[in-house]
Each structure stands twice: as structure tokens, then as C-alpha cells.
Design a protein around this ligand. Sequence first.
Ligand SMILES: Nc1nc2c(ncn2[C@@H]2O[C@H](COP(=O)(O)OP(=O)(O)O)[C@@H](O)[C@H]2O)c(=O)[nH]1
Ligand SMILES: [Mg+2]
Length: 202
Amino acid sequence: MDYRENVPLYKIVLAGDVGVGKTSIFQRYDKDRFIEHDDSTFGMDKLTKLLTVDGKQCKINVWDTAGMERTRSLTSNYYRNAHAVIFVYAIDDSYSLAVLHNWVQDVDKDAKMALKFLVGNKVDLADESSEVDKKQAELFCKNSGLHSQYHVSAKTGAGVKEMFYDIAKLMVHNTKAAHLNKDVFAIAENEDSKTTKSSNCC
Ligand SMILES: Nc1nc2c(ncn2[C@@H]2O[C@H](COP(=O)(O)OP(=O)(O)O)[C@@H](O)[C@H]2O)c(=O)[nH]1
Ligand SMILES: [Mg+2]
């Protein structure tokens, strides 16, 4: 489908420390699979999905860091024109939540218009090794101006699809998001030939 058709496209980027599960969330959403791996440079790139939200079609363009956060080489281009940023921490690692304030600062600089979300990944480990309690996460959301929070497991798939759908729904109803669209269309057209792309309708 051509991006110039009248289907809004929303850029959603994943942010957060190495090892929290960004690539795994991306893959779970992309291909509904989980690949156990130890190599944190293992990374994906971008995907596009077509969704129908409240009877309206939209596309979401999800970006993964592809391991660039390891060398702190994430450029402002990564965040530029993002409609939404999902800050990921792992529920078994309280440090991964603590460091997110650095990421929020970058986003506030490079993607001022973006809506910000928090997601606690690895909820499948909640019984054995949960380190972050609900209150801590809530406080972080409040102090950092985040819109809302989710809990998911890339391993089991719990909550992943629902999170992206919910964010897409917020984008569809967010009038500010419409202003960014022209630029994101251009990015998507440029990237189209070299990205991981799938178009699944939910
Ligand atoms: N138990 C569990 N492990 C996960 C989950 N998501 C990712 N992992 C593991 O966490 C490690 C880091 O995942 P990765 O997706 O590479 O994180 P990234 O560096 O943020 O992209 C890998 O060993 C994954 O197998 C999850 O939901 N549950
Ligand atoms: Mg990764």
C-alpha cells in the first residue's frame, strides 16, 4: 500500500537500557515469536503494521534501537518526528528503571511532541525475581511526564499486541499527532526498501 494514500502513519520508538527486552518486544510484535539469545547487539530495525482502530485504518512504524544504545550512538534522527516513545525497563532489574530518566531527557530534547509511555517487560519473571514495584513505576511516570504504563512479557507475548494497539488508538485520537505525519511519511518512504516490514491487519 502506498503511504500517500490517506492512511495516517505513526512513528513509535523503543528506548531503554541494553538487555531490558526491546528487541524481543519488537520481534514478538513483528512475527509473534520469541528468540532466546544472549547477544545484546542482536537487533532489529523497523517494522510497519496496518491496524484498524475504531473503524479507521492507520499504520504504525515501530523502531528498535538495533543495539546502538550499547555504544551510546543513538542519533537524534532515531527520535526525530516520533509520535510516541516507549521507555522499556525489566521488572527484575530496578536499575533499568532508574536509568530511564537519561533517556527521557534525550527524548524531551529531540522529540518534544512525542507522547511518552513506560513499559515493564519480563512479567513472566514476576513470581521469582521482581525488583520493581508498582508504586516505583507509577512515581516514575508521574515525575517524568509519561502518559501511561504497561506490563508485558516478550517471552510469553502477554500484553504486547494490546500495548501497541492501545498506543495506536491514542495516536488516532491525538490531534497533535496529525501535524507530524507529513515528515514521517517521507521517512517511511525512504526506509521502505531497506527495512523489515510487515503489514498485518488486526
Ligand atoms: N524472561 C524473559 N526474558 C526476556 C524477555 N524479553 C527479553 N528477554 C531476554 O532478555 C535479554 C535481552 O533481550 P533483548 O531483546 O536483546 O533486549 P534489548 O537489549 O533491550 O534489545 C535476552 O536474553 C532475552 O532473551 C521476557 O519477556 N522475559
Ligand atoms: Mg536490542
